[in-house]
Write a protein that binds this ligand. Structure first.
Ligand SMILES: C[S@@+](CC[C@H](N)C(=O)[O-])C[C@H]1O[C@@H](n2cnc3c(N)ncnc32)[C@H](O)[C@@H]1O
Length: 194
């Protein structure tokens, strides 16, 4: 694991193991839509992806990407913080079929660096995602430590994950092993099958 790109790819690899055509997935931080597109292609036209971002222009950028790849039909984008997850997607909509939730923390690349994810709303969304996740589903959190507040947010997510019951959840943390300082971290939480 040597670059940020590799950790993004690694998150996709881990999520792909849990997703099939027709599944439901959530992109909790849409940004420019790379993860949303990945999820939309993984679940296919029979599946469903819900995406959240607090910046409309991020959602617009994502929507253009989805259109380019003809993957827009299975995606609903919400101009809302991920802390509204359980309100926007009540149980009646997902029926326990959410197989993957991806978080890519920090700020929008090429955008306003002040508009970052925040510890309190990130942890609130993670708690909700955990409750909504189906058995054998996965949550991935890619946390960046180089911007103001990023290291504290990454540590808070790691501390939150460490409190989870190991009989119910498998937690893995992956970091870049070389050079890049400060380096991002990938935290993956798998809800074990019964
Ligand atoms: C690192 S970017 C995401 C990159 C994206 N996954 C991609 O593939 O391009 C982080 C995004 O989180 C968004 N964000 C910040 N706070 C948020 C919140 N409470 N809920 C949802 N999105 C949020 C930012 O607006 C930004 O677009």
């Amino acid at each position: 694991m040597t670059t940020k790109t590799t950790l993004t790819t690694r998150a996709h690899e881990l999520v792909r193991e849990h997703l099939s055509s027709g599944d439901i997935a959530i992109d909790a931080t849409v940004g420019n839509g790379h993860d949303t597109l990945f999820l939309a292609q993984a679940v296919g036209p029979e599946g469903k992806v819900y995406g959240f971002d607090i910046q409309q222009h991020a959602l617009d950028s994502c929507y253009r990407r989805l259109l380019e790849h003809k993957a827009d039909k299975q995606v609903s984008l919400y101009h809302a913080g991920h802390e509204t997850l359980p309100i926007v997607i009540p149980a009646t909509l997902h029926d326990g079929r959410i197989k993957a939730v991806m978080f890519n923390l920090g700020y929008l690349p090429g955008g306003d660096k002040q508009r970052t994810t925040q510890i309190s709303t990130t942890l609130s969304a993670l708690d909700s995602a955990l409750r909504m996740l189906s058995k054998n589903g996965i949550i991935t959190v890619l946390a960046y430590t180089g911007h103001p507040g990023g290291k504290q947010e990454a540590e808070s997510v790691a501390a939150w994950a460490a409190t989870l019951d190991p009989h119910i959840f498998n937690i893995r943390v992956e970091k870049n092993s070389h050079s890049q300082r400060p380096s991002p971290e990938l935290i993956a939480i798998n809800k074990l099958p019964p």
